[in-house]
Design a protein around this ligand. Sequence first.
Ligand SMILES: [Zn+2]
Length: 160
Amino acid sequence: MSENGQWDASSDNRNGKIFSVPKWLERYIDLWYQRLDLNEWRVKYHLGLDPTSYAAVIVKPQLNEARVSFRVDIKDTPGSRRDVIHELIHVKHGRVDEVVHKVIIEQLPESQRDMANRAYAAAYEPFVHGVADNFFELEVDLDKAREQLKKAAPKRKVKK
Ligand SMILES: [Zn+2]
């Protein structure tokens, strides 16, 4: 958990059930929250029951706030980790999205806004997806390199 209190975990209590966020997920969100330098954002996250989506985010740049939801059956897999990075990149990208929406899309006639939204999403989703994949692969490579360094490090001789 971050010390600055800029984000917090919550749980989904629809149908009277409370789903607590797994520890690995909290730690992994915290890791990428720090790596992406999201300190200006309050990121809330929770588990939800929407079966159509593994992960989703609502970003509110005016409030410096984002709400990430993960499917309730989320497991610690490479795919889930990519999803965490992906959604947090959306948060990081929130300022750009805000400008595109306010300065461009909202200025269009209403009949064109839906098409413009879809065109923008068609351009930025593959970008976010690609960057998240690259970050994840870098992390895997870094972990492997750290392991190799540990194994290669000469054992210290204890002098008497
Ligand atoms: Zn996305």
